[in-house]
Write a protein that binds this ligand. Structure first.
Ligand code: GLU
Length: 441
Protein backbone atom coordinates (compact mmCIF):
# COMPACT_ATOMS: atom_id res chain seq x y z
CA UNK A 1 0.00 0.00 0.00
CA UNK A 2 1.32 3.46 -0.70
CA UNK A 3 -0.18 6.85 -0.05
CA UNK A 4 0.75 10.50 -0.20
CA UNK A 5 1.08 10.73 3.59
CA UNK A 6 4.29 12.52 4.51
CA UNK A 7 5.30 12.82 8.15
CA UNK A 8 8.53 13.74 9.86
CA UNK A 9 10.55 13.56 13.00
CA UNK A 10 12.24 16.94 13.43
CA UNK A 11 14.53 16.81 16.46
CA UNK A 12 16.84 19.58 17.59
CA UNK A 13 20.19 17.93 18.34
CA UNK A 14 20.87 19.63 21.64
CA UNK A 15 21.16 16.76 24.07
CA UNK A 16 20.59 13.06 23.96
CA UNK A 17 17.58 11.37 22.41
CA UNK A 18 15.02 11.07 25.20
CA UNK A 19 12.00 8.80 25.39
CA UNK A 20 9.60 11.65 24.61
CA UNK A 21 11.41 12.32 21.35
CA UNK A 22 11.65 8.61 20.59
CA UNK A 23 7.91 8.23 21.16
CA UNK A 24 7.22 11.15 18.77
CA UNK A 25 9.48 9.55 16.16
CA UNK A 26 7.77 6.20 16.71
CA UNK A 27 4.23 7.58 16.28
CA UNK A 28 5.26 9.30 13.05
CA UNK A 29 6.94 6.15 11.82
CA UNK A 30 3.93 4.02 12.76
CA UNK A 31 1.60 6.36 10.93
CA UNK A 32 3.80 6.31 7.83
CA UNK A 33 4.00 2.52 7.90
CA UNK A 34 0.28 2.17 8.62
CA UNK A 35 -0.66 4.35 5.66
CA UNK A 36 2.13 3.34 3.30
CA UNK A 37 3.36 6.92 3.45
CA UNK A 38 6.80 8.45 3.80
CA UNK A 39 8.72 9.03 7.05
CA UNK A 40 11.23 11.87 6.93
CA UNK A 41 14.01 12.76 9.33
CA UNK A 42 14.86 16.44 9.47
CA UNK A 43 17.53 17.77 11.78
CA UNK A 44 16.50 21.14 13.22
CA UNK A 45 19.95 22.49 13.86
CA UNK A 46 19.47 26.23 13.56
CA UNK A 47 20.63 26.90 17.10
CA UNK A 48 24.37 26.70 16.46
CA UNK A 49 25.34 27.44 20.03
CA UNK A 50 23.42 24.45 21.37
CA UNK A 51 23.79 21.80 18.66
CA UNK A 52 26.42 19.13 18.96
CA UNK A 53 27.64 16.40 16.63
CA UNK A 54 27.24 13.89 19.48
CA UNK A 55 23.60 14.80 19.86
CA UNK A 56 23.00 14.27 16.14
CA UNK A 57 24.78 10.94 16.34
CA UNK A 58 22.67 9.95 19.36
CA UNK A 59 19.54 10.61 17.27
CA UNK A 60 20.78 8.36 14.45
CA UNK A 61 21.89 5.66 16.89
CA UNK A 62 18.66 5.75 18.85
CA UNK A 63 16.39 5.62 15.80
CA UNK A 64 18.45 2.89 14.23
CA UNK A 65 18.44 0.85 17.42
CA UNK A 66 14.66 1.20 17.69
CA UNK A 67 14.34 0.17 14.05
CA UNK A 68 12.71 3.45 13.02
CA UNK A 69 14.14 3.65 9.53
CA UNK A 70 13.51 6.87 7.64
CA UNK A 71 12.70 7.09 3.95
CA UNK A 72 14.15 10.55 3.39
CA UNK A 73 16.76 12.40 5.41
CA UNK A 74 20.42 12.22 6.35
CA UNK A 75 22.26 9.35 4.57
CA UNK A 76 19.10 8.62 2.57
CA UNK A 77 18.64 11.80 0.60
CA UNK A 78 15.33 12.58 -1.07
CA UNK A 79 13.71 15.17 -3.29
CA UNK A 80 13.17 17.73 -0.53
CA UNK A 81 16.67 18.02 0.91
CA UNK A 82 18.93 19.10 2.34
CA UNK A 83 17.53 17.62 5.55
CA UNK A 84 19.60 19.78 7.90
CA UNK A 85 18.17 23.21 8.60
CA UNK A 86 21.70 24.58 8.77
CA UNK A 87 21.99 23.87 5.03
CA UNK A 88 18.75 25.49 3.93
CA UNK A 89 19.70 29.15 4.20
CA UNK A 90 18.67 30.02 0.61
CA UNK A 91 15.21 28.58 1.07
CA UNK A 92 14.68 30.53 4.28
CA UNK A 93 15.83 33.76 2.65
CA UNK A 94 13.42 33.22 -0.20
CA UNK A 95 10.48 32.77 2.18
CA UNK A 96 11.71 35.61 4.37
CA UNK A 97 11.70 37.98 1.39
CA UNK A 98 8.27 36.81 0.38
CA UNK A 99 6.90 37.67 3.82
CA UNK A 100 8.81 40.95 3.90
CA UNK A 101 7.67 42.02 0.44
CA UNK A 102 4.07 41.28 1.34
CA UNK A 103 4.41 43.53 4.38
CA UNK A 104 4.14 40.82 7.06
CA UNK A 105 7.46 41.64 8.72
CA UNK A 106 8.92 44.58 10.56
CA UNK A 107 12.29 45.25 12.07
CA UNK A 108 12.63 45.65 15.80
CA UNK A 109 16.04 46.31 17.29
CA UNK A 110 17.80 44.42 14.51
CA UNK A 111 15.46 41.41 14.81
CA UNK A 112 12.60 40.70 12.40
CA UNK A 113 9.12 40.10 13.68
CA UNK A 114 6.02 38.76 12.08
CA UNK A 115 3.01 41.04 12.31
CA UNK A 116 0.15 38.95 13.63
CA UNK A 117 -3.12 39.56 11.79
CA UNK A 118 -4.75 39.46 15.23
CA UNK A 119 -7.47 36.99 14.51
CA UNK A 120 -9.20 34.04 16.03
CA UNK A 121 -7.27 30.95 14.89
CA UNK A 122 -9.02 27.60 14.75
CA UNK A 123 -7.11 24.36 14.95
CA UNK A 124 -8.82 21.12 14.07
CA UNK A 125 -6.43 18.73 15.76
CA UNK A 126 -6.68 15.02 15.00
CA UNK A 127 -6.07 14.13 18.64
CA UNK A 128 -7.14 17.17 20.66
CA UNK A 129 -10.15 18.09 18.55
CA UNK A 130 -11.21 21.62 17.64
CA UNK A 131 -9.44 24.36 19.57
CA UNK A 132 -9.92 28.10 19.17
CA UNK A 133 -7.05 30.41 19.94
CA UNK A 134 -7.78 34.07 20.39
CA UNK A 135 -4.68 35.90 19.21
CA UNK A 136 -6.26 39.33 19.12
CA UNK A 137 -4.54 40.63 22.23
CA UNK A 138 -0.90 41.69 21.64
CA UNK A 139 -0.31 41.77 25.40
CA UNK A 140 -0.88 38.05 25.73
CA UNK A 141 0.24 37.13 22.22
CA UNK A 142 3.08 39.41 21.17
CA UNK A 143 4.32 39.28 17.58
CA UNK A 144 6.81 36.48 17.19
CA UNK A 145 10.42 37.02 16.20
CA UNK A 146 11.41 34.99 13.15
CA UNK A 147 14.96 36.23 12.64
CA UNK A 148 17.55 37.30 15.18
CA UNK A 149 19.69 40.42 14.86
CA UNK A 150 22.64 38.15 13.99
CA UNK A 151 20.69 36.70 11.04
CA UNK A 152 19.90 33.40 12.79
CA UNK A 153 16.45 31.91 12.20
CA UNK A 154 13.88 31.24 14.88
CA UNK A 155 12.27 27.80 15.20
CA UNK A 156 8.68 28.85 14.33
CA UNK A 157 9.65 30.19 10.92
CA UNK A 158 12.01 27.49 9.69
CA UNK A 159 9.77 24.74 11.04
CA UNK A 160 6.83 26.05 9.00
CA UNK A 161 8.90 26.75 5.88
CA UNK A 162 10.34 23.24 5.94
CA UNK A 163 6.98 21.61 6.49
CA UNK A 164 5.71 23.46 3.44
CA UNK A 165 8.78 22.76 1.30
CA UNK A 166 8.95 19.14 2.35
CA UNK A 167 5.26 18.72 1.58
CA UNK A 168 4.25 17.39 4.97
CA UNK A 169 0.67 16.19 5.11
CA UNK A 170 0.61 15.62 8.89
CA UNK A 171 2.53 17.05 11.81
CA UNK A 172 2.55 14.63 14.72
CA UNK A 173 4.34 16.16 17.69
CA UNK A 174 4.26 16.55 21.44
CA UNK A 175 1.49 18.48 23.12
CA UNK A 176 4.13 20.87 24.44
CA UNK A 177 4.01 22.39 20.93
CA UNK A 178 0.26 22.95 20.99
CA UNK A 179 0.63 26.59 22.02
CA UNK A 180 2.99 27.20 19.06
CA UNK A 181 0.54 25.88 16.51
CA UNK A 182 -1.74 28.96 16.19
CA UNK A 183 1.36 31.06 15.46
CA UNK A 184 2.38 28.52 12.85
CA UNK A 185 -1.09 28.63 11.32
CA UNK A 186 -0.75 32.40 10.96
CA UNK A 187 2.50 31.88 9.08
CA UNK A 188 0.95 29.30 6.73
CA UNK A 189 -1.81 31.73 5.95
CA UNK A 190 0.56 34.64 5.34
CA UNK A 191 2.57 32.42 3.00
CA UNK A 192 -0.57 31.30 1.19
CA UNK A 193 0.16 27.67 2.01
CA UNK A 194 -2.24 24.91 2.97
CA UNK A 195 -1.26 23.80 6.51
CA UNK A 196 -0.75 20.11 7.26
CA UNK A 197 -3.13 18.26 9.59
CA UNK A 198 -1.92 18.41 13.18
CA UNK A 199 -1.94 15.66 15.76
CA UNK A 200 -0.59 16.70 19.16
CA UNK A 201 0.25 13.65 21.20
CA UNK A 202 -0.13 13.59 24.99
CA UNK A 203 2.60 14.60 27.39
CA UNK A 204 4.57 11.94 29.19
CA UNK A 205 4.42 12.30 32.96
CA UNK A 206 6.37 10.63 35.71
CA UNK A 207 4.41 8.37 37.99
CA UNK A 208 4.16 11.19 40.54
CA UNK A 209 2.41 13.33 37.91
CA UNK A 210 5.33 15.68 37.27
CA UNK A 211 6.29 16.33 33.67
CA UNK A 212 9.01 13.95 32.54
CA UNK A 213 12.20 15.86 31.91
CA UNK A 214 15.45 14.93 30.24
CA UNK A 215 17.05 14.44 33.63
CA UNK A 216 14.58 11.85 34.92
CA UNK A 217 15.61 8.26 35.37
CA UNK A 218 14.89 6.26 32.24
CA UNK A 219 14.70 9.38 30.07
CA UNK A 220 17.62 8.68 27.75
CA UNK A 221 17.27 6.14 24.97
CA UNK A 222 21.04 5.57 25.22
CA UNK A 223 20.51 4.18 28.73
CA UNK A 224 18.26 1.40 27.42
CA UNK A 225 20.85 0.48 24.82
CA UNK A 226 23.62 0.35 27.43
CA UNK A 227 21.62 -1.62 29.95
CA UNK A 228 20.63 -4.24 27.47
CA UNK A 229 16.97 -3.72 26.79
CA UNK A 230 15.64 -5.42 23.69
CA UNK A 231 14.68 -2.71 21.20
CA UNK A 232 11.43 -4.51 20.36
CA UNK A 233 10.44 -4.34 24.04
CA UNK A 234 11.17 -0.62 24.28
CA UNK A 235 9.26 0.01 21.04
CA UNK A 236 6.30 -1.94 22.38
CA UNK A 237 6.44 -0.02 25.65
CA UNK A 238 6.70 3.37 23.89
CA UNK A 239 3.69 2.51 21.72
CA UNK A 240 1.58 2.30 24.87
CA UNK A 241 2.49 5.86 25.92
CA UNK A 242 -0.60 7.45 24.49
CA UNK A 243 -1.94 4.62 22.38
CA UNK A 244 -3.46 1.23 23.08
CA UNK A 245 -5.28 -1.47 21.12
CA UNK A 246 -8.29 -0.92 23.42
CA UNK A 247 -8.52 -4.56 24.49
CA UNK A 248 -6.14 -4.57 27.48
CA UNK A 249 -3.39 -6.39 25.65
CA UNK A 250 0.03 -4.93 26.21
CA UNK A 251 2.56 -7.24 24.62
CA UNK A 252 1.92 -6.81 20.92
CA UNK A 253 3.70 -7.73 17.76
CA UNK A 254 4.92 -4.70 15.84
CA UNK A 255 3.18 -5.77 12.65
CA UNK A 256 -0.06 -5.82 14.51
CA UNK A 257 0.62 -2.40 16.02
CA UNK A 258 1.27 -1.01 12.55
CA UNK A 259 -2.02 -2.46 11.36
CA UNK A 260 -4.01 -1.07 14.32
CA UNK A 261 -2.28 2.27 14.82
CA UNK A 262 -4.14 5.36 13.71
CA UNK A 263 -4.22 9.00 14.76
CA UNK A 264 -7.85 9.15 15.95
CA UNK A 265 -7.18 6.39 18.50
CA UNK A 266 -4.37 8.24 20.24
CA UNK A 267 -5.39 9.12 23.82
CA UNK A 268 -5.96 12.66 24.88
CA UNK A 269 -4.93 11.98 28.46
CA UNK A 270 -1.30 12.35 29.49
CA UNK A 271 0.68 9.12 29.52
CA UNK A 272 2.44 7.97 32.67
CA UNK A 273 5.96 6.66 32.38
CA UNK A 274 6.46 3.52 34.40
CA UNK A 275 10.04 2.30 34.33
CA UNK A 276 9.11 -0.88 36.22
CA UNK A 277 6.60 -1.77 33.55
CA UNK A 278 9.12 -1.15 30.80
CA UNK A 279 11.51 -3.41 32.72
CA UNK A 280 8.81 -6.09 33.01
CA UNK A 281 7.99 -5.82 29.32
CA UNK A 282 11.67 -6.24 28.48
CA UNK A 283 11.91 -9.39 30.60
CA UNK A 284 8.87 -10.78 28.76
CA UNK A 285 10.50 -10.16 25.40
CA UNK A 286 13.82 -11.67 26.48
CA UNK A 287 12.06 -14.73 27.81
CA UNK A 288 10.00 -15.42 24.69
CA UNK A 289 12.36 -14.43 21.89
CA UNK A 290 14.14 -17.03 19.79
CA UNK A 291 17.58 -18.22 20.88
CA UNK A 292 18.94 -16.73 17.65
CA UNK A 293 17.62 -13.30 18.57
CA UNK A 294 18.75 -13.62 22.19
CA UNK A 295 22.22 -14.55 20.98
CA UNK A 296 22.39 -11.70 18.50
CA UNK A 297 21.32 -9.16 21.14
CA UNK A 298 23.69 -10.60 23.76
CA UNK A 299 26.79 -10.73 21.58
CA UNK A 300 27.80 -7.05 21.83
CA UNK A 301 27.74 -7.34 25.63
CA UNK A 302 29.70 -10.59 25.61
CA UNK A 303 32.28 -9.19 23.24
CA UNK A 304 32.62 -5.98 25.18
CA UNK A 305 33.27 -8.01 28.35
CA UNK A 306 35.97 -9.96 26.50
CA UNK A 307 34.53 -13.38 27.24
CA UNK A 308 36.34 -16.09 25.25
CA UNK A 309 33.26 -17.99 24.21
CA UNK A 310 34.85 -20.20 21.60
CA UNK A 311 32.42 -21.31 18.94
CA UNK A 312 28.96 -19.95 18.21
CA UNK A 313 27.54 -23.38 19.01
CA UNK A 314 29.21 -23.39 22.44
CA UNK A 315 27.91 -19.93 23.14
CA UNK A 316 24.38 -20.78 22.08
CA UNK A 317 24.32 -23.86 24.29
CA UNK A 318 25.18 -21.66 27.26
CA UNK A 319 22.81 -18.85 26.35
CA UNK A 320 19.97 -21.35 26.00
CA UNK A 321 20.16 -22.04 29.72
CA UNK A 322 20.61 -18.46 30.96
CA UNK A 323 17.99 -16.85 28.73
CA UNK A 324 15.14 -17.71 31.06
CA UNK A 325 16.45 -15.74 34.05
CA UNK A 326 17.92 -12.79 32.17
CA UNK A 327 16.07 -9.54 32.76
CA UNK A 328 18.54 -7.21 31.02
CA UNK A 329 21.19 -8.17 28.52
CA UNK A 330 23.97 -6.43 30.42
CA UNK A 331 23.64 -9.24 32.99
CA UNK A 332 24.64 -11.83 30.42
CA UNK A 333 28.47 -11.61 30.67
CA UNK A 334 28.35 -12.15 34.40
CA UNK A 335 25.88 -15.00 34.07
CA UNK A 336 28.01 -16.89 31.55
CA UNK A 337 31.63 -16.07 32.36
CA UNK A 338 32.27 -19.17 34.47
CA UNK A 339 31.32 -21.44 31.58
CA UNK A 340 34.28 -20.26 29.53
CA UNK A 341 37.11 -19.96 32.05
CA UNK A 342 38.48 -22.04 34.90
CA UNK A 343 39.59 -18.82 36.59
CA UNK A 344 36.11 -17.87 37.83
CA UNK A 345 35.58 -16.40 41.28
CA UNK A 346 34.01 -18.19 44.22
CA UNK A 347 31.51 -16.31 46.36
CA UNK A 348 32.94 -16.35 49.88
CA UNK A 349 29.55 -16.73 51.53
CA UNK A 350 28.49 -19.58 49.26
CA UNK A 351 31.80 -21.39 49.92
CA UNK A 352 31.29 -20.95 53.65
CA UNK A 353 27.77 -22.36 53.56
CA UNK A 354 28.33 -25.26 51.20
CA UNK A 355 31.86 -26.48 51.86
CA UNK A 356 32.52 -25.68 55.52
CA UNK A 357 29.86 -28.10 56.70
CA UNK A 358 31.42 -31.28 58.15
CA UNK A 359 31.50 -34.02 55.51
CA UNK A 360 30.52 -31.76 52.60
CA UNK A 361 33.72 -32.14 50.64
CA UNK A 362 33.76 -35.94 51.10
CA UNK A 363 30.28 -36.05 49.65
CA UNK A 364 31.33 -33.84 46.75
CA UNK A 365 34.33 -36.13 46.10
CA UNK A 366 32.05 -39.17 46.06
CA UNK A 367 29.71 -37.48 43.58
CA UNK A 368 32.67 -36.56 41.34
CA UNK A 369 33.73 -40.24 41.30
CA UNK A 370 30.21 -41.33 40.31
CA UNK A 371 30.08 -38.74 37.56
CA UNK A 372 33.48 -39.77 36.25
CA UNK A 373 32.12 -43.25 35.68
CA UNK A 374 28.54 -42.60 34.57
CA UNK A 375 27.09 -42.73 31.08
CA UNK A 376 25.49 -40.99 29.27
CA UNK A 377 25.91 -37.24 30.04
CA UNK A 378 22.56 -35.55 29.80
CA UNK A 379 20.72 -33.31 32.25
CA UNK A 380 18.38 -36.21 33.06
CA UNK A 381 21.14 -38.74 33.70
CA UNK A 382 23.14 -36.19 35.69
CA UNK A 383 20.14 -35.61 37.92
CA UNK A 384 19.45 -39.34 38.23
CA UNK A 385 23.05 -40.05 39.21
CA UNK A 386 23.01 -37.36 41.87
CA UNK A 387 19.78 -38.64 43.38
CA UNK A 388 20.89 -42.27 43.23
CA UNK A 389 24.15 -41.37 44.96
CA UNK A 390 22.32 -39.50 47.70
CA UNK A 391 19.82 -42.32 48.22
CA UNK A 392 22.45 -44.99 48.30
CA UNK A 393 24.70 -43.18 50.77
CA UNK A 394 21.84 -41.91 52.93
CA UNK A 395 22.29 -38.18 52.20
CA UNK A 396 19.78 -35.55 51.31
CA UNK A 397 19.78 -34.39 47.67
CA UNK A 398 20.55 -30.86 48.73
CA UNK A 399 23.68 -32.00 50.55
CA UNK A 400 25.02 -32.77 47.07
CA UNK A 401 23.23 -30.10 45.07
CA UNK A 402 24.66 -27.08 46.88
CA UNK A 403 28.31 -28.16 46.92
CA UNK A 404 28.03 -29.27 43.28
CA UNK A 405 26.63 -25.90 42.21
CA UNK A 406 29.31 -23.91 44.03
CA UNK A 407 32.06 -26.22 42.76
CA UNK A 408 31.13 -25.84 39.10
CA UNK A 409 30.06 -22.19 39.04
CA UNK A 410 31.48 -20.50 42.14
CA UNK A 411 28.12 -19.11 43.08
CA UNK A 412 24.94 -19.93 44.96
CA UNK A 413 22.44 -19.03 42.25
CA UNK A 414 22.46 -19.59 38.53
CA UNK A 415 20.84 -21.62 35.82
CA UNK A 416 19.41 -25.10 36.33
CA UNK A 417 22.23 -27.15 37.88
CA UNK A 418 21.83 -30.27 35.74
CA UNK A 419 21.65 -28.30 32.49
CA UNK A 420 24.65 -26.30 33.55
CA UNK A 421 26.67 -29.46 34.15
CA UNK A 422 25.47 -30.97 30.89
CA UNK A 423 26.69 -27.94 28.96
CA UNK A 424 29.98 -27.86 30.86
CA UNK A 425 30.60 -31.47 29.93
CA UNK A 426 31.67 -34.40 32.03
CA UNK A 427 35.39 -33.66 32.13
CA UNK A 428 35.13 -30.09 33.23
CA UNK A 429 32.37 -30.83 35.74
CA UNK A 430 34.38 -33.58 37.41
CA UNK A 431 37.60 -31.58 37.32
CA UNK A 432 35.90 -28.58 38.92
CA UNK A 433 34.45 -30.73 41.68
CA UNK A 434 37.81 -32.32 42.43
CA UNK A 435 39.57 -29.00 42.31
CA UNK A 436 37.06 -27.60 44.86
CA UNK A 437 37.63 -30.60 47.12
CA UNK A 438 41.37 -29.96 47.05
CA UNK A 439 41.15 -26.21 47.33
CA UNK A 440 38.63 -25.88 50.17
CA UNK A 441 39.75 -28.83 52.29
N1 GLU B 1 12.62 20.78 16.64
C1 GLU B 1 11.36 20.74 17.28
C2 GLU B 1 11.48 19.93 18.56
O1 GLU B 1 12.42 19.24 18.74
C3 GLU B 1 10.36 20.14 16.33
C4 GLU B 1 8.93 20.35 16.68
C5 GLU B 1 7.98 19.79 15.64
O2 GLU B 1 7.90 18.57 15.54
O3 GLU B 1 7.39 20.56 14.94
O4 GLU B 1 10.69 20.01 19.43
Amino acid sequence: MSSNVRVRFAPSPTGYLHVGGARTALFNWLYARHTGGTFILRIEDTDRARNTAEATQAIYDGLQWLGLDWDEGPFKGGDCGPYFQSEREEIYLRYFNRLKDAGHLYEDGGAWRFRSPRELVVLDDLVCGRIEFDLTNPETHPDITIRRPDGGWIFHFVNVVDDIEMKMTHVIRGEDHLSNTPKHLELYKALGAQPPRFAHIPLILNRDGSKMSKRDQGAAVGGYIEQGYAPEAVVNYLCLLGWSPKDNREVLDLHEIIALFDLPNINRRAASYDLDKCHWMNAQYLLHMSLERFTALSLPFIEKAGIPYGSDAALKAVLAIVQEKTKQLNEVPDRIRFFFTEAFEFEAEAVEKAFKVPGALEKLAALADRYAASEPWTAESIEATLKATAAELGWKNKELIHPARIAVSGRAVGPSLYHMMEVLGRERTVARMRRAVARFA
